[in-house]
Write a protein that binds this ligand. Structure first.
Ligand code: 13P
Length: 253
């Protein structure tokens, strides 16, 4: 059974005042049936971890360098994230691919760095609107998956997040059929490459997930959770999403 995962990506948002949101989330999600993760800016990782105390709320980084240490001004290694209390790291987010020219090979190297440091990698991929309208979505995603997921990856250390670029921060979401088609293609490609181990990778959907659409998305086959941007910044928005995923994870009587 794949444990469902509600992950929040705070991006370049949040200061110490945001730790109140962390405290609220920590208290309100301790009984959740899914795993709950917040990826705050690196400046807050250590304090967020302390603010959560013994609650099962987890924290992650938003990016890492492939190297463990060295002369890399402004970069952060996976080892440093782990030292600050991270359990996960997002790699290959489309904002990194676009703003920092990250290639699939660079993303794969970062995912390997995460594994070296004992972190789980959340590897992001997704097509642009131009690619979707050209009928290229599945081809693009297949190529990104092949190039960004390193050899030897396994469900225990790797999560895949499908984030269509055109759905991020826009309020637009793919249709249920479009999400289902992509997630089915991802699962098939993972099975093809990793054999039955391909079943173990969690597949998240990301892009304008909100309290109002979460339940519908979580009901789709092969959706093991969400990677949430804007709606993860406030506990009042993120908690209903966590509740929807918890409900989707409930045992059927
Ligand atoms: P939004 O939920 O704000 O669309 O962002 C999605 C995202 O990029 C999460 O990584």
């Amino acid at each position: 059974m794949r444990r469902k995962l509600a992950a929040g990506n705070w991006k370049m948002n949040g200061t110490r005042a945001s730790l109140d949101e962390v405290r609220t989330l920590a208290a309100a999600t301790s009984g959740a049936r899914c795993e709950v993760l917040i990826c705050p800016p690196a400046t807050l990782l250590s304090r967020a971890n302390e603010a959560a105390g013994t609650a099962p709320l987890r924290f992650g980084g938003q990016d890492c360098h492939a190297d463990p240490s060295g002369a890399r001004t402004g970069d952060i290694s996976a080892e440093q994230l782990a030292d600050a209390g991270a359990r996960y790291v997002i790699v290959g987010h489309s904002e990194r691919r676009t703003d920092h020219g990250e290639t699939d090979a660079m993303v794969a190297a970062k995912a390997l760095a995460a594994r070296r440091a004992g972190l789980k990698a959340i590897i992001c991929l997704g097509e642009t609107l131009v690619e979707r309208e050209a009928g290229q979505a599945l081809a693009v995603i297949g190529r990104q998956l092949a190039g960004s997921v390193p050899d030897g990856a396994a469900g225990a250390d790797t999560v895949i997040a499908y984030e269509p670029v055109w759905a991020i921060g826009t309020g637009l979401t793919p249709t249920p059929d479009q999400i289902t088609e992509v997630h089915a293609a991802l699962r098939a490609a993972l099975l093809d490459r990793f054999g039955s181990g391909g079943w173990d990778f969690r597949l998240l959907y990301g892009g304008s997930v909100k309290p109002g659409n979460a339940a519908e998305i979580f009901a789709l086959p092969e959706v093991d959770g969400a990677l949430v941007g804007g709606a993860s910044l406030k506990a009042a928005d993120f908690l209903p999403i966590v509740a929807a995923l918890s409900a989707a994870a409930a045992p059927v009587n």
